[in-house]
Write a protein that binds this ligand. Structure first.
Ligand code: FES
Length: 141
C-alpha cells in the first residue's frame, strides 16, 4: 500500500492553480523553519469573494498537494469562509496525510490566512486579531 493517497498523488502530479496573479489583492508567504519549505499564495478578491487564487510552493510533494487542494477549496468562496479553512480540512480533503507530513498542510492554512490579512491591511479593513495568530516568523536573526 502506498504511503500517500491517490488524491495526494494526483494533486502533486497535476497541481491546480499553480502560478502568480499579477497585481494581486493579497499575498501571503510562509515558511517552515525545520524543513525549509516555502509557500506563497496570491488572491484576487471581488466583493469579498475569492475570485482567483494561485500559489507557488517551493517544497515537498505534500506541501504542493496541500497548496493545490487548499486553493481549490477556497476558490469562489467568501473570505469569511476561507478563514475557517483548517489544515485538518485540507488533509481530509486529500484523504489524509502521514502524521509526520501534517505540518505541510499547516503551511497552506497559514499562507491563506497571511494573504487574507495582507488584503485587509492594504485596504484598511478591520478584523479580529484572533483570526490571525502570530506564528513565530523568522524575523529574528
Ligand atoms: Fe516541510 Fe512538507 S516537509 S512542508
Amino acid at each position: 500500500m502506498s504511503l500517500y493517497s491517490e488524491k495526494v498523488m494526483d494533486h502533486f502530479r497535476n497541481p491546480r492553480n499553480v502560478g502568480v496573479i499579477e497585481n494581486p489583492d493579497g499575498v501571503g508567504e510562509v515558511g517552515n523553519m525545520k524543513c525549509g519549505d516555502i509557500m506563497k499564495i496570491y488572491l484576487k478578491i471581488e466583493n469579498g469573494i475569492i475570485a482567483d487564487v494561485k500559489f507557488e510552493t517551493f517544497g515537498c510533494g505534500s506541501a504542493i498537494a496541500s497548496s493545490s487542494m487548499a486553493t481549490e477549496l477556497i476558490k469562489g468562496k467568501p473570505l469569511s469562509e476561507a478563514l475557517t479553512l483548517t489544515n485538518k480540512a485540507v488533509a481530509e480533503a486529500l484523504d489524509g496525510l502521514p502524521a509526520y507530513k501534517m505540518h505541510c498542510s499547516v503551511l497552506a492554512e497559514e499562507a491563506i490566512r497571511a494573504a487574507i490579512k495582507d488584503y485587509y491591511d492594504k485596504n484598511g479593513i478591520a478584523y479580529d486579531p484572533k483570526d490571525f495568530p502570530e506564528h513565530g516568523h523568522e524575523e529574528e536573526a
